[in-house]
Design a protein around this ligand. Structure first.
Ligand SMILES: [Fe+2]
Ligand SMILES: [Fe+2]
Length: 166
């Protein structure tokens, strides 16, 4: 995995840390299916996606939508970027449900699609959204958001980190 290209403000590090887990999941999916495009591998990856969703990913979406996005929306050039990111959360939730219920024929294409959407989503947040936030908010605004993010992560991702260890 490439190192993070920019200095990340401490307020956003809990979310960036979870992004690293998300990127690791996309690499597992990608490499796993490339090396072994079998029903067994797809079932194993589907279980991994379900665990990641439950332990961290769905909570991560909530932290962003309930804390980060509303707090930063007034400072951004436009809210359009946030609206795209929220729509991608819904797309990924839908893919997570469909992967859990997939037939053998559907499972591999759904896993690949999920990996692509998650990868692009994290890149956009890290390279566009977080960069804009760091450029447009001052230190005390960032510190306030950082406290709110840390509290929310604690509340909604109690199992955070387990997916990456699984
Ligand atoms: Fe997101
Ligand atoms: Fe995110």
């Amino acid at each position: 995995m490439a190192p993070q290209p920019m200095h990340r403000d401490p307020s956003l590090i809990p979310l960036s840390h979870q992004h690293q887990h998300g990127l690791a999941l996309t690499v597992f999916i990608d490499r796993g299916l490339e090396a072994e495009p079998t029903r067994e591998k797809a079932l194993e990856l589907a279980a991994k996606v379900a665990r990641a969703a439950e332990s961290e990913l769905l909570g991560h979406f909530r932290v962003e939508e309930e804390v980060l996005f509303p707090a930063v929306r007034p400072f951004l050039r436009s809210g359009a970027l946030l609206d795209v990111l929220i729509a991608e959360h819904r797309t990924m939730e839908d893919l997570i449900r469909r992967i859990a219920e997939a037939t053998d024929e559907e499972r591999i294409p759904l896993l690949k699609r999920f990996g692509e959407v998650l990868h692009g989503h994290i890149r956009t947040e890290e390279r566009q959204l977080f960069q804009q936030i760091q450029a447009r908010l001052d230190a005390s605004q960032l510190a306030t958001i950082g406290r709110d993010i840390a509290a929310k992560v604690e509340a909604v991702c109690p199992l955070a980190g387990e997916a990456s260890r699984a």
